[in-house]
Each structure stands twice: as structure tokens, then as C-alpha cells.
Ligand binder design. Structure first.
Ligand code: PNS
Length: 173
């Protein structure tokens, strides 16, 4: 039998979960739910970059993220630009949280984690695995399926599906 004190949730420090989130998917949400259990505070940080053709603007992405994470009281949604390590320093974060869905993610994630460590050795990258159901899911595929009229059920939260449909309806009118 597991001693009772080992069953209590152990939480440590502030973590940042950075990404593009264009749009937030159920895979992202799964990782947020896992991260929220692990850290005192989890900052979901949307990169403000000059991406060629995003589906959603940064404020739209932030609004959707805030809505779908509102039940998580220790989760905050923010925007950052510039180097992630600078933002982490500014927010006093000790951890960067990233999801690894499959081996194919590993090379890019490893490169980023090691570069971030080179830039800021005090910052740790923690990798978590999303639920297996989401191992094939990406925001890029969601955008493609939506643009080609395919079903999005189970891939994104209902609110996000509505926003995608509305956006594409406006774009095609
Ligand atoms: O969801 P994504 O697009 O895979 O997220 C990538 C992200 C935002 C984590 C990465 O591009 C990033 O951290 N950009 C900020 C600029 C930076 O710090 N670049 C050096 C990374 S080693």
C-alpha cells in the first residue's frame, strides 16, 4: 500500500508551456491538464511572431486558450516575443514544458531544449507525453482538415471548432 503522504500532489515552481497554438487542440489541452497537476503555476505562452499565414491572430488564439483553460485556476495564458529564455527569466520560470508525441518530434525538441540550455543553463526543459489518442494530432493538420471541409470532432474543443468554421465561412464569402 502506498503511504498516504506519497499520494498528495507534489508541485514545484513556475513552468512555461510555449507554442504557436494556431489553434489550440485537444492534444495541447491534454498536456496543459497534465502540466497543471505538476507545477504551482503553468503559463501557456503564445509566440507573437510574423508567421506567414496564420489561421488565427494572436489575440484570437489567446482568447480561445483562456476560454478552454478557464477551469484550471493555476493556468495563465500570456503572449511573448523574442527569445523564450528571456521571457522565462522575466516570468521567473524554472521549467519549459513541451510535449513529445512521437519519435519524429524528438530531434527538433532536443535541438531546441539544448539550445535553450546553452542560452540559460538554469532553465530545464521537461517533456511530457500527451495521451496516445492525440499522438497523431497537430494544429497544422487541424488547419488543413478544416480548410478541406473534413470533420474536427474530437480534435479540438467545440468552441475552437465553431471559431474555425466561422473564420472559414467569412474567408469563403
Ligand atoms: O508550437 P511551436 O511552433 O512548435 O512552438 C515553437 C516555440 C514557440 C516553442 C519556439 O519557436 C520558440 O521558443 N520561439 C521563440 C524564439 C526562441 O527562443 N528561439 C530559440 C529557440 S532554441
Amino acid at each position: 500500500m502506498c503511504p498516504r503522504h506519497l499520494l498528495t500532489r507534489m508541485k514545484t515552481s513556475v513552468a512555461i508551456y510555449p507554442g504557436s497554438f494556431d489553434p489550440v487542440t485537444n492534444g495541447h489541452l491534454d498536456l496543459i491538464a497534465r502540466g497543471e497537476k505538476m507545477f504551482d503555476r503553468l503559463i501557456v505562452a503564445v509566440l507573437k511572431n510574423m508567421e506567414k499565414e496564420p489561421l488565427f491572430s494572436v489575440p484570437e488564439r489567446v482568447e480561445m486558450l483562456r476560454e478552454v483553460t478557464k477551469e484550471f485556476h493555476s493556468v495563465e495564458v500570456d503572449v511573448f516575443q523574442g527569445l523564450l529564455v528571456d521571457y522565462a527569466r522575466k516570468r521567473d520560470a524554472a521549467v519549459i514544458l513541451r510535449g513529445i508525441r512521437a519519435v519524429s518530434d524528438y530531434e527538433y525538441e532536443l535541438q531546441m531544449a539544448l539550445m535553450n540550455r546553452k542560452l540559460e543553463p538554469r532553465l530545464e526543459t521537461v517533456f511530457m507525453l500527451p495521451g496516445e489518442t492525440y499522438s497523431y494530432l497537430s494544429a497544422k493538420l487541424v488547419r488543413e482538415i478544416a480548410q478541406l471541409g473534413g470533420p474536427l470532432t474530437g480534435l479540438v474543443p467545440p468552441l475552437v471548432e465553431q471559431k474555425i468554421r466561422a473564420k472559414l465561412a467569412v474567408a469563403s464569402s
